[in-house]
Design a protein around this ligand. Sequence first.
Ligand SMILES: [Zn+2]
Ligand SMILES: [Zn+2]
Length: 348
Amino acid sequence: MKAAVFEDIERIAIKEIPKPDCPKDGILVKVQACGICGGDVRNYYQGLKDHMKNQIMGHEIAGVVEEAGENTGFYPGDKIATAPDISCGTCYYCKRGLVNLCLNHKMLGTHVPGGFAQYIALPGFVLQRGFVEKIPLSLTWIQAAFAEKVAGVYACQERCNISLGDRVVIIGDGPVGCLHAEIAKARGASMVIMLGLGRLSLVSQFPVDKLLDNRDSEGAIQKVLEMTDQIGADAVICALPVASVHLQALRMVRKRGTVVIYGGAPKDERRMSIMDSNLIHYNEITIIGSFSYPASGLQDGLKQIQQGNVSVEKYVTKEIPLEQLTQGIVEMHEGRALNIMVRPWLKS
Ligand SMILES: [Zn+2]
Ligand SMILES: [Zn+2]
């Protein structure tokens, strides 16, 4: 079979390698689509976790079961989607059901060969403690492969409890920010204000009530206060991997409101975060982090798409064959493409 193998930093080779055997306790899946994740882009330039090399990346997979081991609950012909995290099932957090915080967490496409290949073997421990879900029949491959992205955003808004009538500020006008806007509206937010740098002009396609230019960050704060009767937003979601927006968020959120930090900052910038402890104290602001999703995460993501709350086609700007993976990663890195899907059976 054909596979894109990450050999080392900035080096991916397209190789003909043996089709994997179906694990006795697992399934063999014919990959139909695999999204390029921000994580894949980061890994391409910075290396895989635990210095893994010669690995097939890719974890936002949709495909069809070709072979299934006994008692797996899967059968040939089942359509499935995956998400990357694999928890251990035994650590302090797993015992408490918090699989996203697992102390021994592993990832599809890093520790287990991923989806930038024509086939993927998913062993039993991935079926049991990872994310492999049957796809609702009405979804396309592209929609199903996109569900992982939705999962994280949905879990974040569950955690900060965006609900009916909320006024929400989203900092970041990239695809993640747009997803937050769609999910917030679906949850009943009455107002969604987005702060962006105008890099991508697609925000107008999404349910954003007001897009503010955050190059004038002071002006943006004043405008948010004006639009919220000088009260501030119920929640501010920092959907931008830039630590410097955190103080700005504290100044736009209302008393007793919530600031969510969604998305890690680059290593060299993460200590630049500035917090005003007096604002947190006197305004009783809650600051929370949100990472990955609970065990139901991928199901939740699929359901949001199935219900029509996420317009996947607006994000996926391109479908490419395996051979163009490196180009696709570079394009996403340079902000020239929103979301790219690899179709391993597409002719190059
Ligand atoms: Zn991903
Ligand atoms: Zn664990």
